[in-house]
Design a protein around this ligand. Structure first.
Ligand SMILES: [Fe+2]
Length: 282
């Protein structure tokens, strides 16, 4: 059961980054957020050095997790990450390096756990119906960014068609944002295991709290020992193009980005991004 008296903490993309995941758990404990109120939007395992250790940490923590495309693919021991990268793109080429490493460094038990994860979570918090997804409502590996309001509105409508929905909480795309829409709000909680292409090494997470019939959504930085995370990748012989990103905060490829997000490359996001209030209907 979600505890309405405590904040809701949501994050995505641990991405095999053990140092970031340890920091996220420490932050949740420092904020005194119960495990029942912590949600991960998926992609527990991906680019970084510690697939099994990161998955174990998430499992031991006992939080709610939605299956990302990486969990879906690893659960089936599939040949690729299913990220939705264009064939032949830089991201596609890089995934041929990190995905086999992820597959060969996850246990049978962890992959069985991944297979058990839901593709969608519907929870109530502070009187609001919240739908938690990985990518989009119509496609788990859909890249959705703040600048594409038309597609966000369509995906929100699809999410609300399956179940009542005031807020969608999603991940996958890697850049956090809050997009108020006509009938609700789409929140990308960001990811902790890789920077947001804003020229800083920090990850991102969302905190939601409620008071007096209003929900407040905020996006926050997660500083962690990114140097150790990058060093662990290099030590494992798994630098794979993303170890440098962990330090520079710039993605190795901008193939998936719309023009607006591509032009914002290297511009630090505000420390607390777009804090908004969402009035809950009585
Ligand atoms: Fe994903």
């Amino acid at each position: 059961m979600i505890d309405d008296t405590a904040p809701l903490l949501v994050f995505g993309g641990p991405y095999s980054n053990l140092q970031a995941t340890v920091a996220m758990r420490a932050q949740a404990e420092q904020l005194d957020i119960p495990t029942s109120n912590v949600i991960c939007t998926g992609d527990v395992v991906a680019y970084a050095a510690a697939p099994e250790e990161t998955a174990q940490l998430i499992r031991d923590w006992g939080i709610r997790v939605v299956a990302g495309n990486c969990e879906e693919q690893l659960a089936e021991s599939a040949k690729d990450c299913g990220c939705g990268f264009e064939i032949g793109s830089v991201c596609d080429r890089l995934s041929r390096g990190w995905y086999p490493y992820a597959l060969s460094h996850t246990s049978t038990s962890t992959r069985a756990w991944m297979a058990s994860l839901p593709g969608r979570l519907d929870v109530r918090y502070g009187g609001a119906a919240i739908c938690v997804l990985h990518g989009g409502a119509t496609q788990n590996n859909r890249f959705l960014f703040a600048s594409d309001r038309a597609r966000l509105a369509a995906e929100f409508a699809a999410a609300a068609r399956d179940n009542t929905c005031d807020i969608v909480l999603a991940g996958h795309a890697g850049i956090p944002f809050i997009a108020p829409l006509q009938n609700g709000c789409w929140v990308n909680a960001g990811v902790i295991g890789m920077p947001a292409n804003d020229g800083t090494p920090d990850g991102w997470f969302a905190l939601i709290d409620q008071t007096g019939g209003e929900l407040r959504v905020g996006l926050h930085r997660l500083a962690y020992d990114h140097v150790a995370a990058a060093a662990a990748m290099r030590r494992a012989g798994h630098a794979n193009g993303y170890a440098r990103t962990m330090v520079t905060g710039i993605w190795p490829s901008h193939d998936v980005l719309p023009d607006a997000e591509r032009e914002a490359t290297g511009q630090p996001l505000p420390a607390i991004l777009n804090q908004i209030r969402h009035v809950v209907a009585a």
